[in-house]
Design a protein around this ligand. Structure first.
Ligand code: 5U1
Length: 677
C-alpha cells in the first residue's frame, strides 16, 4: 500500500517532536508539555504506524520494546578498552594526584579538573553510527563485554537517534546505567508482595535488570543512564575539554549529570567532594564517590595511561555508609550446602538512603569476635554492592536483659543435628539426605555422572520434581511412575520412559559410587573409594567410629567427624535403607578388587587429555585397581601421555617405561568395562 505523503510527513514530524520532548523530560528534566499531551502525540504515532506498518523505523520512539527474548548474550569486542579508575580515599591522596600529574608533565601549574559524581551503577558503552544507536555493550572485563542493545533500547533516557547536525559518523559514548532509589524501593516492594527475590541494593537491581534475556522485563525496571565520556570517535570532532565534551553530549540528546563542575586544583576539588558528600543522602541515585578528570584533552593525552587506568583521572571514594541500630534477634539460615549461617534481625534503619533490617553475621566466630548479644546497639555498614554487615557493638549501652546468641543444636529446616567441628568456622546441618534446604542439591549430586550417573536427570528436572512435591529424597526417585513424570511440563512419554530406564540402570553400581552419591561433606570420589576399599560394606561404614575412620588413607579428624555425624542422623540411615530396598546393588569389593586387571600397577598421567578429565581418567584406572602416582620412577608401570606432555614423558622414555596415548588408554579402559557409557 502506498503511503499518502501527508501521512508520511506527519509520522516523521511526530517522531521528531516525541524524541525532542523525551529529551527535555529525561535528559534536561525540563518539560514543555504535559504528560497527557505527550501521550496523545505518542498514541497518534502508534496509530499511524499501525495503519501503515511501512512507516515504522527502528529508531522510532514506539520501537523501544519489541525484540524477542534472546537465548544468550553475544560477545562484543570493545574497539577501545573500557578503563577503570584508580582510587583516592583522602584529601592527601587527591593532592598527591595533582602532584603526580605535574611531575609527569614537568610543570607546576594548578590543574583544572572536571568533577563528576561517581554513579554506583553498571558501566556501558553505546555506539552511534550516523546518529543512530546501533549497539550497546556491558563493560565486561574492559576488552570484551556483552551485547545488551535490545535491553538498552528500552531505556527512555537513551536516545535511539541523536539530534544535531555536527555528529561524528561513529561515536561511542560511555556511562553508567542505574536504577533510581525511588524506583528501587518500588521494585522491591512489588517483589516482596509477589514472594520474589529482593535485590540487596539499587546497583544489584540495575545489573540484574540489564542482563535480562527478555527486554520486556528490562523495560519494566525503569532503568536510566548518565553519560560521562566518549570512547571511539570517527568522522567528526569533539571539543577539547572534558567539560565541553559533556556539554556536547547533552546537546546531542544524551543525559549528563547536572552536578558536574570544573575546579582549579586539588584543594578546590576537595571542597567539591565535601559538598557532594553532604548532598549524597538527598539524591535519588546512589553515588560512591567523585571522579576527578584532567579537563584538558591535550593534557590527558600527554599523561597517557597505565595498563588499566588513565593517569589523568581518579575516583575519590566516599567512606562506607554506617548507622546505629538495635539487634532484635538472630536467626539461623541453612544454605543449599548445609552451612548454618547467623543473620542479624535489626530494628529497621536508613543507611545511605536504603532501609536495612537484616545483616549478615557470617559465623559464630564473628559473633564472638564482635562480643555481640541480642539487644545490643550495633553499628551497621553498607559498602558497594556487599550485603550489609555489623561492624561493631556499643558494649557500653548494653541493656540488662541482653541475651547470648546460641548456635541451635538442630537444623531450623529439618531438625537434624547441627555440627560445628573443632577447628572449623562454619556450622553445618548433618541431615544431608533429608534436609529441605539441601534437598535439591543433594538429589542433583546423587544423580550426577560420577555418582549414580542417572542419565537425563538434570538440574532443571530435579528442581521440577522437588517443586511439584514428587520427591523429597534420592530414594523417592526410584518410586517415580510414568504417569507422574508425564504430568510434568515438557515431559513426553518417551522422555519419561528413558528416565525410568536410566533410573533402573543406575541401580547396578559400585560401592565407591554409592558412598560418593550420599553427598557426605568432605567425602569426594577419592575418599569414597578409600572408604569402600577399607570397609567393603555400607553397614560397616555406618557403624564406624572416628578412630576406625582415621585408619583409612587421607582421612583426618575433621572428615571422620563429618562421616560420623552423617551416619549418626537416623533419617540419613533410613534413606540409605530405602535406597537399598529399591534394589541398588554393587559387586562385592573383594571380587572387584581381586579381579581388577591393573591391581598392583602404578600409572602416571601427564599432558593434556582431551576426551576425559584427569580426574575421570584417574578414577577409572583406580576402579581397575591401579595406583595413580604423580611422578615417574622405575616402579611406574605405564605413563599416559596427553597433548604437550613434557618432562614426565621424557623420563618415562629414558627409563623404558611403557607409554600410552590417550586413544590407547581409552581403548584399554573400554576393554575393561571402564569406557564411556
Ligand atoms: N562519572 C564518571 N564515572 N566514571 C567511571 N566518570 C567516569 N569515568 C570513568 C569511569 C570508569 O572512566 C574514565 C576513564 C572514562
Amino acid at each position: 500500500m502506498s503511503i499518502p505523503r501527508e501521512i508520511a510527513e506527519e509520522a516523521a514530524s511526530l517522531r521528531k517532536t516525541i524524541s525532542y520532548h523525551n529529551y527535555r523530560y529525561h535528559a534536561l528534566d525540563e518539560t514543555e508539555i504535559t504528560d497527557g499531551e505527550f501521550d496523545r502525540l505518542f498514541q497518534r504515532l502508534k496509530s499511524l504506524e499501525a495503519d501503515y506498518p511501512e512507516l515504522v523505523t527502528d529508531d522510532s520512539p514506539t520501537q523501544r520494546v519489541g525484540a524477542a527474548p534472546l537465548a544468550s548474550f553475544s560477545q562484543v569486542q570493545h574497539e577501545l578498552p573500557m578503563l577503570s579508575l584508580d582510587n583516592a580515599f583522602s584529601k592527601e591522596d587527591l593532592i598527591d594526584f595533582e602532584r603526580r600529574i605535574n611531575s609527569r608533565l614537568g610543570s607546576a601549574q594548578t590543574i583544572t579538573f572536571t568533577c563528576e559524581p561517581k554513579i554506583d551503577g553498571v558501566a556501558v558503552s553505546l555506539m552511534y553510527e550516523d546518529g543512530k544507536l546501533v549497539r550497546a555493550a556491558t563493560r565486561g572485563d574492559g576488552t570484551t563485554g556483552e551485547d545488551i542493545t535490545q535491553n538498552v533500547r528500552t531505556i527512555e533516557s537513551v536516545p535511539l537517534r541523536l539530534q544535531g547536525d555536527d555528529l561524528p559518523r561513529r561515536l561511542e559514548v560511555r556511562g553508567e546505567i542505574y536504577i533510581a532509589r525511588s524506583t528501587f524501593e518500588r521494585i522491591n516492594q512489588q517483589a516482596q508482595a509477589a514472594g520474589e527475590k529482593i535485590f540487596a541494593n539499587p546497583r544489584n537491581a540495575a545489573a540484574g535488570s540489564i542482563r535480562q534475556l527478555d527486554p520486556r522485563l528490562t523495560a519494566k525496571r525503569k532503568l536510566t543512564m548518565f553519560c560521562y565520556s566518549v570512547g571511539l570517535v570517527e568522522g567528526g570532532n569533539m571539543a577539547t575539554t572534558q567539560y565541553e565534551i559533556l556539554a556536547q553530549l547533552r546537546q546531542w540528546g544524551l543525559r549528563v549529570n547536572p552536578l558536574v563542575r570544573t575546579v582549579e586544583g586539588a584543594e578546590a576539588g576537595y571542597s567539591f567532594y565535601e559538598d557532594i558528600l553532604s548532598q549524597r543522602q538527598d539524591l535519588d541515585y546512589e553515588i560512591d564517590g567523585v571522579v576527578f578528570k584532567v579537563n584538558s584533552i591535550d593534557l590527558q593525552q600527554a599523561l597517557g595511561m597505565l595498563t588499566r587506568t588513565p593517569r589523568w583521572a581518579i575516583a575519590f571514594k566516599f567512606p562506607a555508609e554506617q548507622a546505629l541500630t538495635r539487634l532484635l534477634d538472630v536467626e539461623f539460615q541453612v544454605g543449599r550446602t548445609g552451612a548454618v549461617t547467623p543473620v542479624a534481625r535489626l530494628e529497621p534503619v536508613r543507611v545511605g538512603g536504603v532501609t536495612i533490617s537484616n545483616a549478615t553475621l557470617h559465623n559464630m566466630d564473628e559473633i564472638a569476635r564482635l562480643g555481640l548479644k541480642i539487644g545490643d546497639t550495633v553499628l551497621v555498614q553498607r559498602a558497594g554492592d556487599v550485603i550489609p554487615k555489623v561492624v561493631s557493638v556499643d558494649h557500653a549501652s548494653r541493656p540488662e536483659d541482653a541475651r547470648d546468641i546460641i548456635l541451635p543444636a538442630t537444623c531450623p529446616a529439618c531438625g537434624s543435628e547441627v555440627v560445628l567441628l573443632e577447628g572449623e568456622v562454619i556450622a553445618r546441618c548433618s541431615g544431608g539426605l533429608i534436609c529441605s534446604a539441601q534437598r535439591k542439591e543433594s538429589i542433583r549430586h546423587f544423580a550426577s555422572r560420577l555418582a549414580m550417573d542417572i542419565e537425563g536427570l538434570g538440574d532443571k528436572l530435579v528442581e521440577q520434581l522437588v517443586d511439584e512435591g514428587l520427591i523429597t529424597s534420592p530414594a523417592d526417585l526410584y518410586q517415580l511412575t510414568e504417569a507422574q513424570l508425564v504430568g510434568l511440563e515438557r515431559m513426553a512419554p518417551k522422555s519419561a520412559n528413558n528416565l525410568l530406564a536410566a533410573l533402573d540402570k543406575s541401580k547396578t553400581t559400585t560401592l565407591p559410587r554409592f558412598i560418593y552419591a550420599l553427598g557426605i561433606q568432605e567425602v569426594g570420589e577419592s575418599t569414597a573409594r578409600n572408604l569402600a576399599l577399607h570397609f567393603a560394606d555400607i553397614h560397616a561404614l555406618e557403624q564406624a567410629g572416628p578412630e576406625e575412620l582415621q585408619a583409612v588413607p587421607d582421612i583426618g579428624p575433621i572428615v571422620a567427624g563429618k562421616i560420623v555425624a552423617f551416619f549418626h542422623q537416623e533419617d540419613n540411615r533410613k534413606v540409605i535403607e530405602s535406597l537399598l530396598a529399591t534394589g541398588i546393588s554393587w559387586p562385592s569389593i573383594e571380587t572387584s578388587v581381586a579381579s581388577a586387571t591393573l591391581a598392583g600397577e602404578v600409572w602416571v598421567l601427564t599432558g593434556t587429555l582431551t576426551q576425559l578429565t584427569r580426574n575421570e581418567a584417574k578414577a577409572r584406572l583406580q576402579a581397575l585397581g591401579a595406583k595413580v602416582a604423580g611422578s615417574v620412577s622405575k616402579n611406574t608401570t605405564c605413563v599416559v601421555a596427553g597433548d604437550a606432555a613434557g618432562s614426565k614423558l621424557t623420563k618415562a622414555q629414558e627409563l623404558g617405561v611403557k607409554v600410552l596415548s590417550e586413544e590407547e588408554l581409552l581403548v584399554m579402559l573400554q576393554s575393561h568395562g571402564q569406557g564411556n557409557s
